[in-house]
Design a protein. Structure first.
Length: 103
């Protein structure tokens, strides 16, 4: 009998508190009308037909993967930049005259 009363009391508490969520978790009304956030949707595709294209087409068009890469991430970009800088340094070192050589 105690378990039944406890279960009913717990259920009543959950029902009374379950209609409100934690502060700051409200879903915005219309996400596609937020130009200040830079969030762009492909309005030419219906979300029910192809949600992936609806959400990602604009970003994919602005961030293409280079033809010589299988993927392109932040660390890939950093590695490419380091390789370019190292290549430049080695070329400069190869063109410089050796120390102690007569000019």
């Amino acid at each position: 009998m105690k378990h039944v009363l406890f279960t009913l009391l717990l259920l009543a508490c959950l029902v009374s508190a379950g209609c409100s969520g934690p502060a700051g978790t409200e879903i915005p009304g219309n996400v596609s009308q937020a130009p200040e956030s830079g969030f762009v949707l492909n309005e030419s595709v219906r979300p029910g037909d192809d949600f992936y294209a609806y959400v990602n087409d604009a970003w994919i068009a602005e961030h293409p993967i280079p033809a010589d890469k299988q993927y392109y991430a932040t660390f890939t970009e950093m590695r490419d930049r380091v390789d370019d800088n190292l290549h430049t340094l080695l070329e400069k070192a190869a063109d410089a005259p050796p120390e102690g050589a007569d000019p």
